[in-house]
Write a protein that binds this ligand. Structure first.
Ligand SMILES: C[S@@+](CC[C@H](N)C(=O)[O-])C[C@H]1O[C@@H](n2cnc3c(N)ncnc32)[C@H](O)[C@@H]1O
Length: 272
C-alpha cells in the first residue's frame, strides 16, 4: 500500500489492527504507523507473526473439517481481515466449488480489498459491511441473504475478532443472538487471544492496541468458553491453535518449532 496515498476517508497515521495483522502475516497492505505498532508488539511478543500464521492454519483446518465432515456448504466470515492466501472460499472450493461465503467486516479498507479480490468469484461470495456488535443487521443484509440461506446450516466464523470487542459490548450475548438466528446443525468457529501464559508480555502486547483504532481485550479460558453462547464445543474442545485437529502441516511445524505461549485459544461449536 502506498504510504503517501491512503484511500479517501482512511487515516494512515492511526495503527489499524487489520493492517497490523497483515504485516504479521508478511503482507504489503499496511502503512508505516501499522508497521511501527506491529513492531512494538513484536518487541514484547516476538511470537506474534508465528501465532498469526497458526491462527490462519487453524481457520483452514476448521473450514476443511466443516465441509468434509459436517456437510457445511455456506459460511459467514465476520471480521474477515485483509485478504490473504488461503481465504475461506479458496480453501472450501478445493473441496466443493459450490460452497458459498459471505465476508463481513466493519473496516472500509478491508472491504475495498476484499471486493477487489473477490471480483472473480461473484457467484459464490459476497462482501458485506457489517458490525459484529449488530448481528441481526448482518444476517438481515439483502446481499448476504441473496447468497446465504438461513434455513440451512451455516458456519459462522469469528476468528481473531471477538477480542476487539470490549466486555461492555457483551460479546457472549451477541454470539448467543447469532446462534438463535441460524438453523440447527450450524457451527461456530472461534479463536481469541488470552493471557494464559506469560501474562505480563501478553498484556504489554495488547496495550499497544490501545493506541490503535481498535483496542484488544484479553480473556481467560473460562471467559472465552462463555463466548460460545448456545453452541456446544466439539472435540477437542477449547485448545491452543496447533492442537485443534492437527494435520501433517502443523505437526511438522510443531516438531520444528519451539514452544509458543498460549496466547490464542480456539475451538469449534455446533448448534444442536
Ligand atoms: C485480526 S483480523 C482477523 C482476520 C481473520 N478473521 C483471521 O483470523 O485471519 C480482525 C478483523 O476483525 C475486524 N473487526 C474488528 N472489530 C469488528 C467488528 N466489531 N465487526 C466486524 N469486524 C470487526 C477488523 O476490521 C479485522 O479485519
Amino acid at each position: 500500500m502506498a504510504d503517501d496515498a491512503p484511500p479517501p476517508g482512511i487515516d494512515a497515521r492511526v495503527p489499524n489492527p487489520a493492517r497490523m495483522y497483515n504485516y504479521f502475516l508478511g503482507g504489503k497492505d499496511n502503512f508505516a504507523a501499522d508497521r511501527e505498532a506491529a513492531e512494538r508488539v513484536m518487541s514484547v511478543a516476538p511470537e506474534a507473526p508465528s501465532l498469526a500464521r497458526r491462527n490462519r492454519a487453524f481457520l483452514r483446518r476448521a473450514v476443511r473439517h466443516l465441509v468434509t465432515e459436517a456437510g457445511i456448504r455456506q459460511f459467514v466470515d465476520i471480521g474477515t481481515g485483509l485478504p490473504t492466501e488461503g481465504s475461506v472460499h479458496e480453501v472450501a472450493h478445493e473441496l466443493d466449488p459450490g460452497v458459498r461465503v459471505a465476508y463481513v467486516d466493519n473496516d472500509p479498507v478491508v472491504l475495498a480489498h476484499a471486493r477487489a479480490l473477490l471480483s472473480g468469484a461473484t457467484a459464490t461470495t459476497v462482501t458485506v459491511h457489517g458490525d459484529l456488535r449488530r448481528p441481526e443487521e448482518i444476517l438481515a443484509d439483502p446481499e448476504l441473504r441473496s447468497l446465504i440461506d438461513l434455513s440451512e446450516p451455516v458456519a459462522v466464523l469469528l476468528v481473531a475478532v471477538l477480542h476487539f470487542l470490549s466486555d461492555d459490548d457483551k460479546p457472549a450475548e451477541l454470539v448467543t443472538r447469532l446462534g438463535e438466528s441460524v438453523a440447527p446443525g450450524s457451527h461456530l468457529v472461534l479463536s481469541h487471544v488470552t493471557d494464559e501464559e506469560r501474562a505480563g508480555d501478553a498484556r504489554e502486547g495488547a496495550a499497544v492496541y490501545r493506541q490503535a483504532s481498535n483496542g484488544v481485550t484479553l480473556r481467560s479460558r473460562e471467559q472465552i468458553h462463555e463466548l460460545f453462547g448456545g453452541f456446544r464445543l466439539i472435540e477437542p474442545g477449547l485448545v491452543p491453535l496447533d492442537d485443534w485437529r492437527p494435520d501433517d502441516e502443523n505437526l511438522l511445524a510443531r516438531q520444528a518449532g519451539r514452544h509458543l505461549p498460549t496466547w490464542f485459544l480456539c475451538g469449534v461449536g455446533h448448534a444442536p
